[in-house]
Design a protein around this ligand. Structure first.
Ligand SMILES: C[S@@+](CC[C@H](N)C(=O)[O-])C[C@H]1O[C@@H](n2cnc3c(N)ncnc32)[C@H](O)[C@@H]1O
Length: 303
C-alpha cells in the first residue's frame, strides 16, 4: 500500500468507532466536565437504557429491590458467570435469555447488548458484588453509549461487606482499624510495583480486603513475611460469602497460605488482613459514649 493509499484508508468515513475509541474519548471528555445526568439523577433512580446492576455477593436476598425489579423485567441478562449465583438467575429471571460475559471481549459484548436493545428487548448487565469494585463496568458503559445505548449503574453489596457481615464484625473498628483498603495482589494484570498490600499492612490501623487473590494467598503471605511483618497478624479468608457453601478460614500471615491450600480454594474468596476481621481488641466508640452524653442534647452524627 502506498502512503497515499494508507492515509486514504485511515480517513475512510466508514470506519466505525471501536470500544477503545469510546474509552479514549469518554475518559478525555470527563477531564473537562461532567455528564449532566450526574446532577439529574440519584444513585437509586431507574434511568433510560441498560442498567449495570450489582448482583451482590451471591445470596439472591442481597440484590437490591431496584436491581431485582429490573432483572425480573429483563428479556436478556448478561451476567458475570460463576460469580453470580445461578439461584439468583433462577429465582428472578428464569424466563429471560441469560448469557455469561466470561470469555467475551468488548467487541463481542457491546454488539450483543446493543443489538438486543435496538430490537426492543429489555437488557440488563449483571455484575457480581458492586460494579464499582473490580467490575470493569465503565468501559462497557462508555462503549455502549458510543454505540447509541444509554447506560447507568444500580449499586450492589460488594463481597467485602458480605464477608464482614458473615464475620459479625466491622471493617472499621474503633481503636483497631480507622481505614479500609480494597486491593488486589500483583499478577497478570497488576505489576509488582503497583501491589500495595505490604504498605497497607504496614500502616497498622487498616483493614486490608484482598479481591482477586485467592489463588495467590501463599505468595502474598510470603511477601509479607519477607517484608518483615508480624507472622501472627490475623488473616481471615471468606470463601463464597453469603452462598450456601460459604466457608470461613481463620489464620495468620504465617499459617493462612497452607490452610487455604488444604481447603482447595483457588477463587471466589475475600482475604481480610487485620484485627478488625476478628472483631478483636476494639474500644467503645465516642459516638455512643461521651458524644451522646454531651450537654444531654441531640444532634447530627455520623453513624
Ligand atoms: C472480579 S472481582 C469482582 C468483585 C465484585 N465486583 C464485588 O464487588 O464483590 C471477583 C473477586 O471478588 C471476590 N468475591 C466475589 N464474590 C465473592 C463472594 N461471594 N465471597 C467472597 N469473595 C467474593 C473474590 O475475591 C473474587 O476473586
Amino acid at each position: 500500500m502506498t502512503d497515499d493509499a494508507a492515509s486514504d484508508a485511515a480517513a475512510t468515513p466508514t470506519d466505525s468507532p471501536t470500544p477503545q475509541d469510546a474509552i479514549d474519548a469518554a475518559s478525555a471528555d470527563r477531564r473537562t466536565g461532567r455528564d449532566p445526568r450526574v446532577y439529574d439523577h440519584t444513585a437509586g433512580d431507574v434511568q433510560d437504557g441498560v442498567p449495570f446492576i450489582g448482583a451482590g455477593p451471591g445470596d439472591p436476598g442481597l440484590l437490591t429491590v431496584t436491581g431485582k425489579e429490573l432483572v425480573e423485567d429483563a428479556d436478556l441478562v448478561v451476567h458475570a458467570g460463576s460469580l453470580v449465583n445461578s439461584e439468583l438467575l433462577e429465582a428472578y429471571c428464569a424466563d429471560a435469555e441469560t448469557v455469561s460475559s466470561v470469555g467475551k471481549d468488548l467487541e463481542a459484548l457491546i454488539p450483543l447488548m446493543r443489538d438486543a436493545h435496538e430490537a426492543g428487548r429489555t437488557v440488563v448487565r449483571l455484575h457480581s458484588g458492586d460494579p464499582a469494585i473490580y467490575g470493569a463496568a465503565l468501559e462497557q458503559m462508555d462503549a455502549l453509549e458510543q454505540a447509541g445505548v444509554p447506560a447507568y449503574v444500580v449499586p450492589g453489596v460488594t463481597s467485602a461487606f458480605a464477608a464482614s457481615a458473615t464475620l459479625r464484625t466491622q471493617l472499621t473498628l474503633n481503636g483497631t482499624a480507622n481505614h479500609v483498603a480494597f486491593t488486589r495482589p500483583q499478577g497478570r494484570t497488576l505489576d509488582p510495583e503497583d501491589d500495595h498490600i505490604s504498605e497497607f499492612v504496614e500502616m497498622g490501623d487498616v483493614t486490608t480486603c484482598i479481591y482477586l487473590g485467592t489463588h495467590a494467598i501463599p505468595d502474598v503471605m510470603d511477601r509479607l513475611l519477607e517484608d518483615g511483618h508480624d507472622p501472627d497478624t490475623p488473616v481471615t479468608v471468606v470463601y463464597h460469602a453469603s452462598w450456601p457453601d460459604e466457608d470461613v478460614i481463620d489464620g495468620t500471615v504465617e499459617t493462612i497460605g497452607d490452610l487455604v491450600e488444604d481447603a482447595g480454594y483457588r477463587a471466589s474468596a475475600l482475604v481480610v488482613i487485620g484485627e478488625a476481621g476478628a472483631g478483636a481488641g476494639y474500644e467503645r466508640s465516642y459516638l455512643y459514649g461521651d458524644w451522646a452524653n454531651r450537654n444531654g442534647s441531640e444532634g447530627e452524627a455520623d453513624d
